[in-house]
Structures are given as C-alpha cells and as structure tokens.
Design a protein. Structure first.
Length: 318
C-alpha cells in the first residue's frame, strides 16, 4: 500500500472544550492527533474477519482523506481492501485539505495521473472521505476526471456544504471553510455540473453523524445515496473508518458493475449497520461534544471531514 503525503501547513481552531492537551490549536494536525488518540483502539488492525472472495484481478483504488484527517485513519479500510484484492493508495492532501478546494481538485488530478502512470491502469476507482469526496466530484465532473475514474465512492461527505462553515472561516481563515460555505463559488461549481453517465457515484452517510449536519448535505442527486442510522440506531462519524459492515457497503460500491460492462460478480454479504438508501430516515441525533461521547462535551468543534462542527451534548460514542 502506498501513501502520498504532502507537506502540512497551519490552521484550525476549537473553542470552549475542556481537558484538551497542550499544543498549537491553530495547527490542523493538533486536532487530527487529538481524535487519533481518542480512537486509537478502534483503528488498530489485528486479525480480520473473513471477507468476500478476492478480486479475480487486482486493481488500484485511490483513498482520499478529508480536512484534518491523516492517512492513518484509513488503516482499517486499507487492510480490508488488501485482503479483498485491491491495491490501495492513500492520498493525504496538502495542509490536511484546509486550503483552497479548487486548487486541491487540480492537485488530485496530478495525483491520479501519477498513480495511473505507475500502475499501468487507464482508470482508477476512488474512495474518498468527507471533503475529499467533494473535490473528487469536482475533478470528475469539471476537470476531465470522467475519463480517468471508473467508480466514485464517498462517505460522510458535505457535498452541499456546512452552514457553520462561514462562522468558522471568520475565526481561522481557512480557504476550505469558505469553500464549504453553502452557496460558495466552489459548491456552486460542484452542484451545478451534471454527474457523468459513465461513472457510478455512491454517497454513504449517517443520519446520526455528530459533525456533518444536516445529514442531507451528503445526498447527491442522481447518485446512489446510502443512509446509515436512519432507523434511530446511532452510527457515528468516525465509525465509518473501522466498522466491518460499513466497509462491505464500500466494497459493494467499488465492485459495482460498470455501465456497458460485466462486473466483478457479487460483492460482500453485509448490508451495514442500520443501512438504508436515499433520503429516507429521520436525522434526530444530538450533535457531538468536545470530549468525544463521554456525555459532558460543550462548545464548537472544527475538525474531521471538511470541518466538523458540533454543539451541545453527544449521546454516545460509536
């Protein structure tokens, strides 16, 4: 498994959260490490459960991290993809994707060109978390990526922006926050362009996401939209990285039959925790707090995905 890691830059802030470690709160790696420490046990990769039959022919898949998300978050998914016959390559964008998203979309194109040249493939599948899924969609729709991408799968991704992004941008000045503000030039470019007929799109989200709210921001018209936790069961934001049943949903989307071609055959047998598709389900989960599900968190958290915002108390950690 290859990792493509860019040089980090500074920027982010979280206010009103007690019991945080000392460090530079303006550094996105600070927040990434805070949550990596919190989820260290869940991200450990040990003996894996049995999976689907490996692909008849291995192929590369590009994994893209979101805002403040380091490549390590993908470790459980990477292990399962390798078990199932994929060759995963993880791209961690510059500055943990806190910069200009138009520029990040162009950088993604350069990464894909490099991976295709090294692998000998003519097309590649994409599995992108959070804001990584937004720049990948822009690349495919508007920057020529349709000719180079076979399947596009994204999870917990704010495709229509996050309402509190403008407020957060006024505090820290991240270009990505301005771009994630509903109605921004970037989001208009993403959402006004048509989905290509030749690239299947899948968006996996959770109705009980602690950070990406409203959850309907993840719904892409014309795509296969798969909602988790919409029956009232709590499916957490970070759970999507390590839950084996959610992984099987990703695997199913990555092995979906392409238009006009025979597919790989049946995908995994799992359906995911509380899975449902489309816009069904009620999103009644309380938003998350600063101490990650211990019941006492308060304040506003900027992190994860494109910037995860959370006020009030969190019912429980996934």
């Amino acid at each position: 498994m290859k990792r493509l890691v860019a040089v980090p830059l500074a920027a982010t802030l979280l206010a009103g959260c007690p019991e945080l470690p000392l460090g530079d709160w303006t550094d996105p790696y600070y927040w990434s490490n805070v949550f990596l420490d919190k989820y260290e046990r869940e991200l450990e990769v040990g003996a894996l459960e049995p999976g689907p039959a490996p692909l008849a022919e291995s192929r590369h898949v590009l994994l893209i991290t979101g805002v403040t998300i380091q490549a390590k978050w993908f470790d459980p998914i990477v292990a399962r993809l390798e078990r199932d016959g994929f060759i995963p390559v993880v791209w961690e964008p510059p500055a943990l994707l806190s910069g200009d998203l138009f520029e990040a979309s162009e950088q993604l194109g350069d990464v894909i060109d490099r991976v295709l040249a090294e692998s000998g493939q003519t097309k590649i599948d994409i599995l992108a978390e959070c804001t990584g899924g937004v720049i990948a969609r822009h690349y495919i729709q508007s920057l020529g990526g349709e000719a180079k991408v076979s399947r596009m799968v994204t999870f917990v991704s704010p495709q229509n922006g996050i309402p509190k992004a403008a407020w957060a941008h006024s505090l820290v000045g991240w270009p990505a926050l301005e771009d994630l503000t509903p109605g921004s030039a970037f989001l208009r470019a993403v959402n006004e362009a048509p989905l290509p007929d030749t690239v299947p799109f899948t968006s996996i989200y959770t109705c009980t996401d602690e950070y990406i709210q409203p959850y309907t921001t993840s719904i892409i018209p014309g795509a296969t939209n798969i909602g988790l936790g919409c029956d009232g069961e709590l499916v957490g934001h970070f759970q999507t990285f390590y839950d084996p049943e959610i992984y099987l949903i990703m695997y199913g989307a990555l092995t979906e039959e392409l238009p006009g071609e025979e597919g790989e055959g049946e995908a995994g047998t799992g359906t995911g925790t509380g899975a449902g598709s489309g816009e069904d389900g009620e999103g009644d989960a309380e938003t998350g707090g600063c101490n990650g599900g211990q019941g006492q968190g308060a304040g506003l958290a900027l992190l994860g995905l494109g910037i995860a915002f959370s006020l009030g108390r969190r019912r429980g950690r996934a």
